[in-house]
Design a protein around this ligand. Structure first.
Ligand code: IPM
Ligand code: MG
Length: 401
């Protein structure tokens, strides 16, 4: 084996990656203003079905969204658009994580609600294209993945700020096999990338009168990149003296989340991409599983809202798609409503979701014919939203528990 040739090739490749990232750093240094939805008419909301159970649960979420924003729809303040073509079949046919024409349509919307999309992995019948979630986050610079998890009866009220464009995800499918035996992936943290997500977490804590921000890394081992993230975290924390700050390593953090005495003491979390991916699935489990958790992908110009789970192709194969739980997508819709400037409406929808999914549970989704269908659940939810006593009902459940 001629190692020398392999080394030269790898060096050249690494050189290109460094160049690309330095260009990215320069881009990140340019100031960008946050979009102001109050100034927009219409706010264009794209609905992306995705694949697997995606189109089923997206349709239910859309119905709820249209109902919640009925006045705005009527007055022309918001407009809905369907975006087709983000299916695994089309992505595979074009060998692109997001086909160009689809990306163009997405970019014409201010915000999107996206159903889950299949992420191919080695060995699948699909080409091993990059996850379209990951590409969309990067192409639209959706740097903040905000994932709330609330279980009022357990005293859990967490908000995760997962960095969404860097870390172990940044290179997507650009890892390299230097030889048959030696594989590399890359993990990147930039000062600008770390700073913007950490600042957003602290700003959120300040605005929402949250007590504490917890930084999660593995900086004792992954010293350079996580070390940078942690250092910048403590640096920024100094600008928010009223907010307590602490930091945990990801391993012990996953353990502390299952400790009922400790976990209620956590509040806002900020963490690099992969750790955020893992911890938010664990956290969602306390709320009833990933099927109940929504996720906001926020950038300064665009925002995308989605479920935190995958497309469950098996449910479709087994004819169970209509039993898929739409709660995650409807939670995502609530995050969308809040993000574009209607926090009262979002709160109402969340209360109804709590009542139907966690407290009253007149209908229960099991993912099979042992439970209700997504449509029946949505019907139940719509009735609950329209109850004039919604807030009293919600409060009495929370107080009882
Ligand atoms: C998520 C998902 C994605 C991720 C996958 C589908 C690429 O797990 O949104 O958490 O890892 O970010
Ligand atoms: Mg995940």
């Amino acid at each position: 084996m001629d190692y020398q040739a392999a080394i030269e090739k790898a060096k050249e490749y690494f050189g290109q990656i460094v160049e690309e990232q330095l260009r990215r750093v320069e881009e990140l240094k340019k100031p960008v203003e946050w979009i102001d939805y109050s100034q927009l008419k219409p706010i264009i909301i794209g609905i992306i079905g995705g694949d697997g159970i995606g189109p089923y649960i997206a349709a239910h979420a859309r119905r709820v969204l249209e109902f919640m924003l009925a006045e705005e729809l009527q007055s022309g303040k918001v407009e809905f658009r369907d975006i087709e073509g983000l299916t695994i079949e089309n992505r595979a046919a074009q060998n692109k994580s997001i086909p160009d024409d689809v990306l163009e349509e997405i970019k014409k919307c201010h915000v999107t609600l996206k159903g889950p999309t299949t992420t191919p992995r080695k060995g699948d019948p699909w080409p091993n294209i990059e996850s379209c979630n990951v590409s969309m986050r990067r192409y639209l610079d959706l740097f903040a993945n905000v994932r709330p998890v609330r279980v009022p009866k357990e005293g859990i009220d967490w908000v995760f700020f997962r960095e969404n464009t860097e870390g172990a995800y940044i290179m997507g499918s650009k890892g390299v096999n230097v030889t048959e035996d030696l594989a590399f992936d890359f993990k990147v943290i930039t000062s600008q990338g770390a700073e913007r997500i950490i600042r957003l977490a602290f700003d959120y804590a300040r605005k929402n009168k949250r007590r504490k921000v917890t930084i999660v890394t593995k900086a004792n081992v992954v010293k350079t990149t996580d070390g940078k993230f942690l250092e910048i975290g403590y640096e920024i924390a100094k600008e928010y003296p009223e907010i307590e700050v602490d930091d945990w390593y990801i391993d012990i953090m996953t353990a502390k989340l299952v400790d009922p005495k400790r976990r209620t003491q956590f509040d806002v979390f900020v963490l690099p991409n992969l750790y955020g991916d893992i911890l938010t699935d664990e956290a969602a489990e306390f709320q009833g599983g990933v099927g109940t958790a929504g996720s906001a992908n926020i950038g300064k110009r665009y925002a995308m809202f989605e479920a935190i789970h995958g497309s469950a192709p098996r449910m479709v194969r087994e004819g169970r798609a209509k039993f898929a739980d739409p709660s995650s997508m409807i939670r995502a819709a609530a995050l969308l409503i809040n993000h574009i400037g209607y926090p009262e409406k979002a709160k109402k929808l969340e209360m109804a979701l709590d009542i139907c999914g966690n407290y009253e549970r007149k209908l229960v989704i099991t993912g099979r014919d042992t439970g209700c269908t997504g449509e029946e659940f949505t019907e139940y939810l719509m009735e609950t939203i329209q109850d004039p006593k919604l807030e009293e009902r919600w409060k009495s459940y929370v107080e009882q528990s």
